[in-house]
Design a protein around this ligand. Structure first.
Ligand SMILES: [Fe+2]
Ligand SMILES: [Fe+2]
Length: 198
């Protein structure tokens, strides 16, 4: 499918607001990719499609994950929205003709992060938080950081997201905690193996 067809298909499954967010992630991801030495085309594709499963009903997210044999964590069972990255990867691979393993992995990991993430996956994780359509101040700061200091940006975004989850009494996915520990202990995320993303 060419880019225009993908955009048209995406418009059909997302609200206008989330579609606009997806374009924002696409554009920022493309920009960060050029700075980080990653393929801008892959970054744009992963950015555009990262939230493909974001508006699926919780029951459908769980059903699709189970159909494909994904083992659900305790946090995913209690908050199925956490699955929209992994299920997005499944959808893109089975129904959207996306075959690039790195793009699929970046989509899978964008919700929770993980202790091992490729640069492309890190870019999508950062751009999801920092795209200009997110108007809060922390997003603006994350955008500035992402363009100047990748690791500082990762630390900042994980900290913001974990703070948010704790402040609202939401569950923390184990992968998020592991990513945070990896950043604190080793000062960076490992450049990911692709096998480990569901
Ligand atoms: Fe998302
Ligand atoms: Fe998103």
């Amino acid at each position: 499918m060419d880019r225009a067809s993908l955009e048209k298909k995406l418009k059909g499954v997302l609200s206008p607001l989330r579609y606009r967010h997806s374009l924002g992630v696409m554009n920022l991801a493309r920009e960060l990719a050029a700075l980080y030495g990653v393929s801008p085309e892959k970054a744009a594709l992963a950015g555009l499609l990262h939230d493909v499963a974001r508006e699926m009903e919780p029951e459908r997210l769980v059903a699709m994950a189970q159909q494909h044999g994904l083992a659900l964590s305790e946090s995913e069972r209690s908050a199925p929205v956490l699955l929209h990255g992994k299920v997005g990867k499944l959808l893109l691979a089975t129904e959207w003709g996306i075959t690039d393993a790195e793009v699929l992995s970046a989509v899978a990991l964008h919700v929770t992060g993980a202790p091992e993430m490729s640069l492309l996956a890190q870019i999508i994780f950062l751009a999801d938080f920092a795209e200009p359509g997110r108007s809060f101040f922390s997003s603006h700061l994350a955008r500035t950081l992402a363009k100047s200091n990748r690791v500082a940006a990762l630390q900042y975004v994980f900290q913001q997201e974990i703070n948010y989850l704790l402040n609202h009494g939401f569950v923390l996915d184990v992968s998020t905690v592991q990513a945070w520990n990896q950043l604190m202990i080793n000062g960076d995320l490992h450049r990911g193996r692709l096998a480990n993303d569901g």
